[in-house]
Design a protein. Structure first.
Length: 287
């Protein structure tokens, strides 16, 4: 059995970006001693995440509805192909999925499903109608996580317009009042004060390849205790240095861990060991 060195706690190898060589991508993760948590974003990709988790021993899944998919909106071709559409080369408009509690409850009960999400709030393209819909769907997924007693995989993205900067605080208040389970703030991009808020709930924060090509988050990486931190690729996006410009994949997550080690002044081996332990404990993984 492979001895895991690290777990990529947020990745999307079920996406269309890997349609041609998915098995090779999964194999490279194994060869790099990297486990994967495959994250669902809507019905289709959640089901595919479960199927991948069932097929690979060091792979687990999350199921949920991404806030962007709660209304019709633009998405790129790397997520889901729409055969026969010329828009495949430039992206497409999603159908705007209605959250089906019973569907997600059914597939979320699988033993290899380790969290609900990614769910949360995305204010990047914000208007009041989409904000209210996102809040309602987020609330329902918190309720599902509470019922299944599984942690939440959170997607929280600030916006640029009026009110767009409130995503973290709106999510924090809803979670504080409703969530009875632990949660991870995926792709954390907030400041130290925001980190402090979520750490007060005993949540974890995960960091991506962004920290390998900018110093913007060095201070918050230093601030967050290593035992409250995890690492992720968010593949196929946010490829770390030195692979910028190429499609991302889970085997690269060890580059992110190495950057955490450098920022914190720790050895790579100790950092990997502790980050691996964090993921195992957070998701209750068995292997």
């Amino acid at each position: 059995m492979m001895s895991l060195k690290l777990i990529d706690i947020h990745t999307h190898p079920q996406f269309a970006a890997y349609e041609v060589d998915r098995s090779l991508v999964m194999q490279r993760a194994e060869e790099a001693s990297v486990g994967q948590v495959v994250v669902g974003t809507q019905k289709d990709t959640s089901l595919r995440a479960v199927e991948l988790a069932q097929a690979y021993p060091h792979t687990w899944a999350t199921v949920g509805l991404h806030p962007i998919h709660t209304t019709k909106s633009y998405h790129d071709k790397d997520e889901i192909e729409q055969p026969g559409s010329a828009a495949n080369t430039e992206g497409f408009v999603s159908r705007g999925e209605k959250f089906d509690f019973e569907y997600y409850k059914k597939i979320g009960g699988d033993e290899k499903v380790v969290a609900i999400g990614e769910c949360g709030l995305d204010y990047f393209h914000l208007d009041e109608k989409t904000k209210l819909k996102q809040m309602s769907v987020f609330d329902a997924q918190i309720a599902l996580a509470n019922e299944l007693n599984k942690p939440l995989m959170l997607h929280i993205r600030q916006g640029k317009g009026a009110g767009g900067g409130a995503a973290y605080m709106d999510a924090f208040h809803l979670l504080h009042s409703k969530a009875k389970v632990k949660a991870n703030v995926h792709f954390f991009a907030g400041d130290i004060e925001t980190a402090r808020k979520f750490l007060s709930l005993e949540y974890t924060l995960s960091f991506t390849g962004v920290i390998t090509f900018t110093h913007d988050y060095d201070d918050v990486v230093k601030y967050v205790p290593l035992d409250s931190m995890m690492v992720e690729t968010d593949a196929p996006y946010i490829t770390p240095t030195p692979y910028r410009g190429k499609r991302n994949e889970s085997s690269y997550v060890r580059l992110i861990s190495a950057r955490v080690a450098l920022i914190k002044g720790l050895s790579v081996a100790e950092t990997e060991q502790r980050l691996l332990g964090n993921a195992v404990r957070f998701f209750g993984l068995k292997f």
